[in-house]
Design a protein around this ligand. Structure first.
Ligand code: ATP
Length: 362
């Protein structure tokens, strides 16, 4: 379903690769956690799957397609089979919950009838039944992430990529989001999620791929956040190039072929584990907030109540009624539609891109 063959990604101007000769395969229906310290390459891994970035070396196959052979014109079609969720939700601030979810379907040319049945069904699935008319700023963070998840899955993608989806949420709300992702996985979607949340990973016991400075250092089934290894905070002492350290070892690279990267994290403490916010206890005690797809209306109502109780009352201050997005409304005005939807990284079209960003080319 997703295969990396000897993939190296080195960003322009960087001596050290963000991902270094990665070989890994993720099968249909798996739920995979990507863990690792900040800067270890998790987001790069997800961006490569989305074809937001190209590998510097190696090949990536997703859903049977060699990404290197998909033209930029065809990328929007390829991405229809992928749903993406981010830490900062990335909702369209001036559209209602319903319109945020419907938008994905409209740009790919789904019929009005399809939209009218798929959107309420998906909102029900994520526990937001009855909240379609709300605007994003009238929702709690957990509810906004549910809208983002609804938008990502409304087109029934085969793969859901989630980059720190609980990063901005409190522990209880995070646990609810995880039960939802678990449910989405149970109905057949392959989920790949980058996270720093040890409690979530420890409780869910799924496959864990751990990255460290661009290398896969662990790939275990039914694993926890820390694996078998001791993962205390590791501090690597800084050494000036050419200057021996206390043990007398030279500060020169061991081999002449090793890159001389002045931005190497060796100059700063290397934190190998983040402090857990969501504890195993919170995960264990979490109310399941998702709704079974075949649920009756009574069940849906109960789930909506649980969601409302878990996310709390929202005090809306007139100041807050102004559209909010990460980076502010002013910043969002300068983003293209595809960028705001997360279908393309902010920064505008790059060399080799075509004009078509989302939706049919005709
Ligand atoms: N667009 C870019 N240009 C240059 N370097 C980049 C770019 N994106 C990422 N990097 C570098 O690549 C390395 C891996 O970054 P990446 O964002 O993939 O890590 P991460 O594990 O997702 O980190 P975090 O947990 O903080 O999100 C880092 O050293 C980062 O500085």
């Amino acid at each position: 379903m997703i295969r990396f063959d000897s993939v190296t990604k080195t960003y322009p101007g960087q001596a050290r690769p963000a991902l270094n000769d990665i070989g890994v395969e993720i099968l249909r229906g798996e739920f995979v956690f990507l863990v690792g310290a900040s800067g270890s390459g998790k987001s790069s891994f997800l961006r490569l799957i989305l074809k937001e970035e190209k590998p510097s070396k190696g090949a990536i196959h997703v859903l049977g397609q060699d990404l290197g052979s998909i033209s930029t014109r065809k990328v929007p079609y390829f991405r229809r089979d992928l749903g993406v969720v981010f830490q900062d939700f990335r909702l369209l601030p001036n559209k209602s919950v319903y319109e945020n979810v419907a938008f994905t379907l409209r740009v790919i040319g789904k019929s009005r009838g399809y939209v009218q049945s798929a959107v309420p069904e998906t909102l029900k699935l994520v526990g937001l039944d009855g909240k379609g008319k709300r605007m994003p700023h009238e929702l709690s963070g957990g509810e906004q992430q549910r809208v983002a998840i609804a938008r990502a899955i409304v087109n029934k993608p085969q793969i859901l990529l989630a980059d720190e989806p609980t990063g901005n949420l409190d522990p209880v709300t995070s646990a609810g989001i995880m039960t939802l992702l678990e449910r989405i996985n149970a109905i057949g979607t392959t989920v790949v999620m980058a996270t720093h949340e040890a409690g979530i990973v420890d409780q869910m016991r799924r496959r864990v791929i751990e990255l460290s400075a661009g290398d896969i250092v662990r790939d275990e089934r039914s694993a926890g956040y820390d694996g078998q290894t001791v993962r205390d905070v590791e501090v690597v002492p800084h050494r000036e190039p050419g200057k021996p350290d206390e043990s007398g070892a030279s500060g020169e690279p061991e081999s002449a072929s090793e890159p001389d990267d002045s931005e190497t994290p060796a100059a700063a403490p290397v934190v190998t584990a983040a402090a857990p916010k969501v504890t195993p206890e919170v995960m264990r005690d979490a109310e399941p907030l998702y709704v079974e797809p075949e649920a009756t209306d009574a069940v849906t109502d109960a789930a909506a109540e649980i969601t409302a109780a878990a996310t709390g009352t929202i005090q809306v201050d007139p100041e807050q009624l102004k559209p909010k997005t990460t980076g502010g409304a002013a910043a969002s005005e300068h983003l293209t539609l595809a960028e705001r939807l997360g279908l393309r990284a902010p920064g505008g079209p790059r060399e080799g891109d075509d004009d078509q960003e989302v939706g049919p080319t005709k």
